[in-house]
Design a binder for this molecule. Sequence first.
Ligand code: FES
Length: 75
Amino acid sequence: KSRRMVSVRAEAVNPEIRKTEDKVVDSVVVTELAKPVTAYCRCWRSGTFPLCDGAHMKHNKATGDNVGPLLLKKQ
Ligand code: FES
């Protein structure tokens, strides 16, 4: 069985949103969640997509980008 290889170029995924911030992270407070905090990927580099696995840090360092996860926080 052959596997298709997909190459990803190192380039920013965020060309214009909140570029003065080191890392764009947003939080949503909700009352019904299984865990205290769940992070959702917004850089498209996570190995556990749609959950964030921290891959945005390598992406930001390689590209100068500033993307970060969306955090859902249990209240
Ligand atoms: Fe994509 Fe964290 S791995 S935002």
